[in-house]
Design a protein around this ligand. Structure first.
Ligand code: NAD
Length: 425
């Protein structure tokens, strides 16, 4: 029988009980479950091989978004993030969406673009024609670089060229379109772009400078959409509030930046849990948000004829299940196993659903009760720890500050002193 991700009261379980649930859901081994509990699960020698000048590692909370139903299949969503409320909001929103049948998703082919900058071409328009004429030869050279990608069904599939006007005069930009299959693709594409550069110099008579992937991955999009019954979201008034909140973000870049940050809270948490490149995702998302000429919301929220809420999200999704650190970092490997995704496209679609859920959670809170109520409990605990509280005193101090609506370090210190003097708060 298929296992359900609908786990009521998951947040009330002990850490050990939650881990048991996830272990059973994802068939984790004892060793994998043990790895998740160890604060230092990235061996130092591995960290030392990943980047330069390593002196240690920084652990981060690893939580699970529950209740996700995506294309009629249950998912538990691993999320690594330092910000309180994100995992709770995603799980809560996924529950509301589940009432409407869950998320539905789609994606384009995983095509990334490699840009080759050619300067000093005497006849740039004719140069562009010559490049396009030599397409087969250039693509063959590109594909010779990566027989493994080719055998996986990917590779350089097409190319285009454009002339841009710059402060340094006109430039010819050749764009290789590479199907990256299950890789994010930056290394693969950059290698191809570098390999074909001499050929392009010969063809155009110009000089090639940059040869690099573009993070504005408009040919590699992931989409998610959902219907949230008005009853589940809190009534038609809340639906109207969310639609108005979306309209604000669609019209005003200052609001849109925060709206999109909320979407990325959900996506980047999963990206971090799986050791993918969050800068690539963020760069692509923000650049894509300008596609209509001004920076705007990446998602849309509408009310349908029944008065229910309908949300959709589309964004570039350059993620991989192969390459980078996803296959080497021990926790990233476990995160992918928990997700149960088999292709980068499927992974990207789950990420789009996580982003849309996060967006819904934030918009509902903002347009209904305000964001602070949900944030406050965990925030208060962080403040209590900052003020020096330990053990059970953390929760006592936090609860008192929330009750008083005075969540401040100075108040936390007073309460800790009071506890030390009297044994109570
Ligand atoms: P990679 O080169 O480590 O792995 C990709 C390779 O895996 C492919 O080229 C292919 O040879 C092989 N492969 C095997 N099976 C495959 C399959 N089923 N599908 C696809 N490929 C398969 O990694 P990458 O994805 O090319 O590069 C990702 C890394 O590049 C990330 O760490 C990223 O941070 C980094 N990076 C990013 C940028 C940027 O975003 N601007 C720039 C430079 C580097």
């Amino acid at each position: 029988m298929a296992k359900s991700s609908l786990i009521p009261g998951f947040y009330r379980l002990s850490l050990e009980e939650r881990l048991q649930h996830v272990k059973e859901f994802a068939n984790l081994t004892d060793e994998e479950a043990g790895q998740l509990k160890k604060a230092g699960s990235l061996p130092l020698d591995m960290a030392d091989r990943m980047i330069e000048n390593v002196i240690g590692t920084i652990p981060m909370p690893f939580g699970i978004g529950v209740n996700f139903l995506i294309n009629n299949r249950d998912f538990l969503i691993p999320m690594a993030i330092e910000e309180p409320s994100v995992v709770a909001a995603a799980s809560y929103a996924a529950k509301m969406v589940r009432d409407g049948g869950g998320f539905f998703t789609s994606s384009t082919q995983p095509i990334m673009v490699g840009q080759i900058q050619v300067v000093g071409v005497k006849d740039p328009y004719a140069g562009k024609m010559r490049v396009i004429q030599s397409k087969d030869e250039i693509l063959k050279k590109a594909n010779d670089q990566d027989p493994v990608l080719l055998s996986a069904g990917g590779g350089a599939k097409d190319l285009d060229a454009k002339i841009i006007n710059t402060t340094q005069g006109s430039m010819l930009i050749v764009e290789l379109q590479v199907d990256c299959r299950d890789a994010m693709g930056a290394n693969a594409v950059n290698t191809m772009a570098e390999a074909v550069a001499p050929m392009i110099e010969r063809t155009t008579g110009g000089r090639v400078y940059l040869r690099i992937i573009s993070n504005l991955a408009t040919r590699r999009l992931a989409r998610a959409w959902c219907i949230v019954p008005k009853k589940s979201v809190g009534g038609e008034e809340v639906v109207d509030g969310i639609v108005n909140a979306y309209a604000f973000a669609a019209a005003d870049p200052y609001r849109a930046a925060t709206h999109n940050k909320g979407i990325l809270n959900g996506i980047v948490a999963v990206i971090l849990a799986t050791c993918n490149d969050h800068r690539a995702i963020e760069a692509g998302a923000h650049a894509y948000a300008v596609k209509n000429g001004h920076y705007a919301s990446l998602s849309t929220w509408e009310k349908n004829e029944n008065g229910d809420l309908v949300g959709s999200l589309e964004l570039p999704m350059a993620v991989g299940l192969i390459g980078g650190a996803v296959r080497t970092h021990p926790i990233a490997k476990i995160a992918v196993k928990i997700l149960g995704v088999k292709t980068a496209n499927e992974f990207g679609e789950v990420l789009a659903a996580a982003g849309l859920a996060q967006n819904l959670g934030a918009l509902r809170a903002l347009s209904h009760e305000g964001i602070q109520r949900g944030h406050m409990n965990l925030h208060a605990r962080n403040i209590a720890v900052t003020a020096g509280a330990t053990g059970e005193v953390i929760d006592l101090v936090a609860a008192k500050m929330v009750e008083e609506r005075k969540v401040r370090v100075d108040r936390a210190k007073e309460l800790i002193e009071q506890y030390e003097a009297t044994g109570k708060i």
